[in-house]
Design a protein around this ligand. Structure first.
Ligand code: UDX
Ligand code: UDX
Ligand code: ADP
Length: 479
């Protein structure tokens, strides 16, 4: 008993849905893939003839889209039609942390997922396989099932969990050569058929031994666990970086030494200004919330510490800038190189740069920002959201306008890195973009105020070379 899939719909054309579906379409020319989104502008951008204007930036993505789009890859706002036609529906909508009510600041907000489920239930006339792609708390599949079967019109739904492990900046590479794809399904006859249908899709380019099948709940919890472990490694090495700065050990030497132990492994040991991205913090908060819900306070506290350490690392970086600049940055020009949460992406969600900038702004610094891929609008929106969260309900329209005016005075976004650094009191590296290494640092030195401070939040610059030029260089985890 098998089911051969020839028509897929994906709800949500974001950082996960877009690249994932582009690669499936490229690898499976016999399958029609339609990606839908409520956001009309986003869909228009995915359909833009100018491939430089796709809504997300990922190395290699434009080529994949160019090959498949219009052949068997389509981007559309007609959600109902795409659902009706599809045999398999991927749900890739966003699941941000709840900002209101029960579980505020902790639990995942499932309202977008719920809306999808209701729409699928309403539109579907024949049996469908539903695949959860978004990161979801354990047992979301159950909630999905309840909504989907509530119409009682006899349509049968099989629900799979197939979380996405791609990292931004390497999304296409990660999708083409995944360490593994994971599929969780029900241990029923139709559940197994559904799992096999998805295995068959992945088999078009992934070896069978790299496709892991589990129960639904294990799959759901694996995603949260993987992100919690990865974030935990970054927080662990960042904790050691603080000790290094006090004692004179070098954190990069430590990473190399411990990473050579095959039980530990070399990846994800790069000390930094703090991790960001849409997943780590959200997923850990989610895990903490789950543990509290199931009355496991010790387990909840254990994982919560990973986030506290990350907040501490961002704060330490900002504080070090203020301390070094003689205890105040008021009216001083601080140049930021990088705003994205990591290199090779235009995504800024939870980027450490936002929190560092915010802290310096509280001390009335003037911030001049350059990032090769992030827009000015995005940067202002990020800073505004920071204030909004701080003020909670007190952020009315007047307060918002006042704060926007303040931001417009204090923050300047540049299209050229050299003008951003011109006459700066200090330069801070927030993202590890490769191009920062290639700048003419001698020229920069001539253009900035002395003492010329550089705070390298990513340890990417050549400290010796910069010191020889005359810079005061402060790195993470080095004295
Ligand atoms: C450890 C380090 O591995 C070694 O590099 C160092 O030099 C000394 O300390 P040891 O204590 O001899 O070595 O044994 P190890 O294999 O690390 O196990 C330590 C404990 O962890 C044991 O009780 C073991 O049962 C437990 N363990 C280990 C687990 O419970 N789960 C695991 O996956 C691995
Ligand atoms: C992460 C997971 O890696 C991915 O598997 C999952 O699907 C989504 O979440 P992503 O957030 O896109 O991916 O990027 P990742 O490479 O994990 O980096 C997350 C943050 O950690 C970045 O801010 C990065 O700069 C930081 N980081 C990463 C470090 O500071 N040091 C490291 O050694 C690695
Ligand atoms: P992720 O990083 O998880 O991909 P994004 O925010 O980049 O998250 O993408 C999620 C997308 O899902 C957004 O473009 C949003 O407009 C879309 N979306 C959310 N809810 C729905 C819905 N009910 N129907 C269609 N699209 C939706």
């Amino acid at each position: 008993n098998t089911k051969k899939i020839t028509n897929i719909c994906c709800i949500g054309a974001g950082y996960v849905g877009g690249p994932t579906m582009a690669v499936i379409a490229q690898k499976c020319t016999h399958i029609k893939v339609t990606v839908v989104d409520l956001n009309k502008q986003r869909i228009a951008d995915w359909n833009d003839a100018d491939l430089d204007r796709l809504p997300i930036y990922e190395p290699g993505l434009a080529d994949v889209v160019a090959e498949a789009r219009g052949r068997n890859l389509f981007f559309s706002t007609d959600v109902d039609q795409a659902i009706a036609e599809a045999q398999m529906i991927f749900i890739s909508v966003n699941t941000p942390t709840k900002t209101y009510g029960v579980g505020k600041g902790m639990a995942a907000d499932l309202k977008y997922i719920e809306l999808c489920a209701r729409q699928i239930a309403k539109v579907s006339k024949d049996d469908k396989i539903i695949v959860e792609k978004s990161t979801l708390p354990v047992r979301t599949a159950e909630a999905l099932r309840t909504i989907l079967t509530s119409t009682g019109n006899g349509v049968k739904f099989d629900i799979l969990s197939s979380p996405e492990f791609l990292a931004e900046g390497t999304a296409v590479q990660d999708l083409m050569n995944p360490d593994r794809f994971l599929i969780g399904g029900e241990q029923t006859e139709s559940g197994e058929v559904a799992v096999q249908a998805l295995v068959d899709i992945y088999l078009n380019w992934v070896p069978r031994e790299n496709i892991i099948t589990t129960r639904v709940w294990s799959s759901e919890l694996s995603k949260l666990t993987a992100n919690a472990f990865l974030a935990q490694r970054v927080s662990s090495i960042n904790a050691i970086s603080a000790l290094c700065e006090k004692t004179g050990a070098d954190v990069d030497e430590i990473s190399r030494a411990i990473g050579a132990d095959s039980r530990i492994g070399a990846k994800f040991l790069k000390s930094s200004v703090g991790f960001g991205g849409s997943c780590f913090q959200k997923d850990i908060l989610n895990l903490v919330y789950l543990c509290q819900h199931f009355n496991l306070p010790e387990v909840a506290d254990y994982w919560e510490q990973v986030i506290k350490m990350n907040d501490y690392q961002k704060h330490r970086f900002a504080k070090n800038i203020i301390d070094s600049l003689f205890n105040t940055v008021s009216g001083k020009k601080i140049a930021f190189l990088g705003w994205a949460f990591k290199k090779d992406t235009n995504d800024t969600r939870e980027s450490a740069a936002i929190y560092v900038a915010d802290e310096l702004l509280q001390d009335r610094a003037e911030i001049h920002i350059y990032d090769p891929k992030v827009s000015k609008e995005q940067i202002f929106a990020d800073l505004c959201r920071c204030e909004e969260e701080r003020r909670d309900n007190l952020f009315d329209e007047v307060a918002k306008e006042t704060y926007c005016d303040f931001l417009k005075k204090q923050v300047v976004v540049h299209l050229d890195p050299y003008t951003a650094m011109q006459a700066a009191h200090a330069i801070a590296i927030l993202t590890e973009w490769d191009e920062f290494k290639t700048y003419d640092w001698k020229k920069v030195y001539g253009d900035v105020l002395k003492p010329a401070f550089i705070f390298d939040g990513r340890n990417i610059l050549d400290k010796k070379q910069l010191s020889d030029i005359g810079f005061e260089v402060e790195c993470i985890g080095k004295r």
